[in-house]
Design a protein around this ligand. Sequence first.
Ligand SMILES: *Cc1c(COP(=O)(O)O)cnc(C)c1O
Length: 394
Amino acid sequence: MNPIYMDNHASTPIDPEVLETFVEVARAYPGNPASTDNLHGAEAHGRLEKARAELAQSLDAKPREVIFTSGSTESNNLAIQGAARALAGSGMHIITSRVEHPSVIEVCRHLEESGWHVTYVDSDSDGRVLPESIERAMLPDTVLVSVMAANNEVGTVNDIESIARIAHARGAVFHCDATQAIGMCDVAFNRQEIDLMSLSGHKVYAPRGTGALVVRTSGHRVRLQPVVFGGGHERGLRPGTVNVAGAAALAIAVAKAMRMRASEPVRIAGLRDQMWELLATGIPNAVQNGAANSRLPGNLSVHIPGVESKALVAAVRRTVSVSAGSACSTEHVDPSHVLLAMGQSATRAFETIRIGLGRFNTEDDVIVASGEIIKRSLELLRLSDAANAHTSAG
Ligand SMILES: *Cc1c(COP(=O)(O)O)cnc(C)c1O
């Protein structure tokens, strides 16, 4: 039997319907969408523009505002570096938070080395970036504010509309990493007055290596400089032949996620709550990290005192895939920067597991996975108690 998959914040499996679109478009449109002189190229171009229009509609944007990329890391790089360079003449101060994804934080660190000044605001103890913290950090030369819609480790959802308003009141551009929020939270590019928005295919049941950056072209029009050079594709902002099948798959995946928004978040939150009840009953000292409300429906960030999360994740791996902190950082020994920013200790960060429930999880999965996590946690606790008893006995 395959292990149960509960690491949906790290990556989601491809939805069969999305895969079907991907394969069909890959087969039926062999041309290069930039070679529109020949019929194959023209047809591929037509299919790409259809995907762009579909995606724009799902996100409350205009087709020309959608730039296809390889995912959110690239989108975040293009948004932040691209806007910073285009706006350098007006100011060189950027505001972001300490709980952002590394593809935001490390881009900002890189810009600091090139002369930009960056303020990394703290979150509250739930991992929420408060609008008033952004307000306090604003300076006369602030040109860009970048805050995520929902956190990939602890699931906390931010009030991005208020943050957008604060940025705009001071003439700054607002970038939002909406990767985890698509289909789970209310995300509407135009209505929420977002200027730059990143999303990734493999977090919404589309293939890895697909994604988009949405760039405002009307009203408060955003100027960007490209970070990659080599052609005029995607309005010159993202040169390179576009993955037409990937764009089509992304568009259909986002449309489906938006259609399912009425029921799916409620279903997943129900499974999550059930799982927490089982875990809290089986492991009496387990506690949750993050917000009780305003939280991604599938997210459980659980601190089990005395149980090292790496050991637990390894112990349960034949039954269920969960992660120790953030998947992007599992090769490092550093504690989660998100939990530290929330004011938690390094010990607590090393004893926290992240469970990400998704579209294909069932109640059976919840029962089996909880049973295994409880059993292995109690085993590990007994082992560490025995080791402690041994040590104190001399
Ligand atoms: C996964 C993730 C990213 C990176 O996306 P890729 O498509 O894997 O590059 C960025 N931000 C958040 C919040 C994420 O969850």
